[in-house]
Design a protein around this ligand. Structure first.
Ligand code: SAH
Length: 242
């Protein structure tokens, strides 16, 4: 497929997700942590950029966990990913859920940015940047896709000794929260790095949240501690007239 040859994509990463595609909607399966954090991130996004009636793009949507929940909030959602199997699962699930305002496409963010610049009120890109060779290019594409005054949300994992211990050793090897090999340390992104990519793409950083996991209660909660899992909200400035 041409898009994959030229896009900013690591085929091994896509293969990991494709191999598990049938598990996207298994609440107790490999993607359980995404199901657990979904209400938290959904409400956070909705509180900053109320989703009802918006045109929303979800980049790296996987099986559609976030995309579908945003459509339920009344948004018109387009989900994009390059993993064919995941998109098929997302499409089937959307059909079952009978959500007309939810569509999926297999296209790279950079290619969609050429086709639909400025056409989305909100762009979300969650748990995806740490799986691509050139995350800055995805941030740029998201900045192009959102309209002036619109919001872009990213989530990823910080890179430091604590996040290595908790997000890789802890989550993959001790607690079996996610499959081994899901995350590669060198690809994790510090908030300062993600912030730099945003500013370079013309986005203004507005706020951030940590997603903290408590291994005793086995629950996530939002916090101000961005040392492991975190989300950031950025805004594209309204066009200035000169
Ligand atoms: N955003 C979803 C899924 C996160 S898993 C959620 O948070 O629920 C990471 C996703 O990124 C997978 O679906 C994988 O197929 C996708 N992905 C990885 N590299 C990609 C790329 N270069 N372009 C688009 N999607 C990619």
């Amino acid at each position: 497929m041409r898009a994959m040859d030229t896009a900013n994509v690591d085929p091994a990463e896509l293969a990991k997700f494709s191999a598990l595609a049938h598990r996207w909607w298994d609440l107790e399966g490999e993607f359980a942590p995404l199901h657990q954090i979904n209400p938290l991130r959904l409400d956070w996004i909705d509180s900053i950029s109320p989703l009802n009636g918006q045109r929303v793009l979800d980049v790296g949507c996987g099986g559609g966990i976030l995309a579908e929940s945003m459509a339920r909030k009344g948004a018109d959602v387009l989900g994009i990913d390059l993993a064919d199997k995941s998109l098929k699962v997302a499409q089937l699930h959307a059909l079952e859920a009978q959500l007309p305002g939810l569509t999926y496409r297999q296209i790279a963010a950079e290619a969609l940015a050429e086709e639909m610049p400025g056409q989305f009120d909100t762009v979300t890109c969650m748990e995806m940047l740490e799986h691509v060779p050139d995350p800055a290019s995805i941030v740029n594409a998201c900045a192009t896709l959102v309209r002036p005054g619109g919001w872009v949300f990213f989530s990823t994992i910080n890179r430091n000794p604590k996040s290595f211990l908790l997000a890789i050793v802890g989550a993959e090897y001790l607690l079996n929260l996610v499959p081994r090999g899901t995350h590669e340390y060198a690809r994790l992104l510090r908030p300062s790095e993600l912030g730099r990519f945003c500013r370079a793409a013309g986005l203004d950083l507005q706020t951030s949240r940590g997603l903290e996991y408590n291994p005793i209660t086995r629950r996530f909660r939002l916090s101000t501690d961005t040392s492991v899992n975190y989300m950031i909200a950025a805004r594209k400035p309204l066009a200035t007239t000169d």
